[in-house]
Write a protein that binds this ligand. Structure first.
Ligand code: MF3
Ligand code: CO
Length: 282
């Protein structure tokens, strides 16, 4: 197989500081939405919270207008996997599970992240699936960090770590056809980051890379389909699905989880960079 020509934008430490600022705006929007998730709240209300937070910070919602996407967030409920458009008719109900994805661009630099939360009390198997997706996300981040630190890591080490963590968590469908991506002066850049696969392939992991890592898993089949709105991705078998995401940057001395307020410290400890100028917890 021919090696693909990838166009990977490596960032300077100064540029990564600017991405951190964008990441914190996204983190703030997500935190506000997380606090607002409750039975009776519409996904359009969550969207309004996100847009106001982003614009108040002097940033711009990056999803809005992206290939014609009409909103600030994607709010994917239950069998919706990703890219569901928020509406005032979609009202969250007790027991739902919702994945909310949000992106912002600040001074030309992008942040992109997603969380999954239960609405009120949800079935234990849904909570468990959300926890497994979250664990897989952090396993992928740790693999990226270690790979960059040794100088021998390759892109699919992340994919492999994500898959392993999912499989260790139980029997889940791992969604194909969607994945993570490079991020920087555009929301989506090379390389594509699959959530499964053999390790040791693809470009080397090096300082200066910024990636969005985003596991998507289901309680049933991994197969998905797009609804007639041209956006909403649902599981074919209509089984429940979740999606979580962080934007990260690899620095010479460790990772920076740009869309996590503590930079990833609580989950990763010493793997996190000592350099947190733009984003040291305030
Ligand atoms: N955040 C999504 C991703 O991680 C992109 C959202 S698609 C959009 O790739 F159209 F809503 F912008
Ligand atoms: Co993304």
């Amino acid at each position: 197989m021919r090696r693909q020509q990838l166009d990977i934008q490596l960032k300077t430490p100064d540029q990564i500081d600017r991405m951190r600022a964008a990441g914190l705006v996204v983190a703030d929007a997500l935190a506000k939405m997380r606090a607002a998730v409750a039975p009776g709240v519409s996904t359009a209300e969550l969207d309004a919270i996100a847009e106001a937070t982003i614009r108040d910070a002097g940033a711009v919602p990056s999803f809005k207008g992206y290939h014609g996407y009409p909103a600030t967030i994607c709010s994917s409920v239950n069998e919706q996997v990703v890219h569901a458009i928020p509406t005032s008719r979609q009202v969250l109900r007790e027991g739902d599970i919702v994945s909310i994805d949000c992106g912002a661009v600040l001074d030309g630099w992008h942040g992109d992240a997603a969380f999954t939360a239960p609405v009120g009390e949800a079935r234990p198997e849904l909570l468990r699936m959300a926890a497994v997706a979250e664990d897989a996300l952090w396993a992928g981040i740790a693999a990226a960090t270690r790979g960059a630190a040794t100088g021998r890591g390759r892109l699919t080490d992340i994919s492999y770590a994500v898959e392993r963590a999912i499989r260790a968590g139980g029997r889940y469908g791992i969604v194909e056809g969607y994945g993570g991506h490079g991020i920087g002066t555009e929301m989506h850049q090379d390389p594509h980051v699959l959530n499964y696969g053999r390790p040791g392939k693809g470009p080397r992991l090096v300082a200066g890379m910024a990636l969005a890592i985003e596991p998507m898993i289901t309680l049933g089949s991994p197969r998905t389909e797009e609804l007639s709105d041209g956006w909403t991705v649902v599981t074919r078998d209509r089984s429940m699905a979740v999606h979580v995401e962080h934007s990260i940057a690899l620095l010479p001395d460790g990772v920076w989880v740009l869309t996590e307020p503590d930079g990833g410290r609580a989950r990763l400890g010493d793997l996190v960079t000592a350099r947190q100028p733009a984003g040291a917890p305030r």
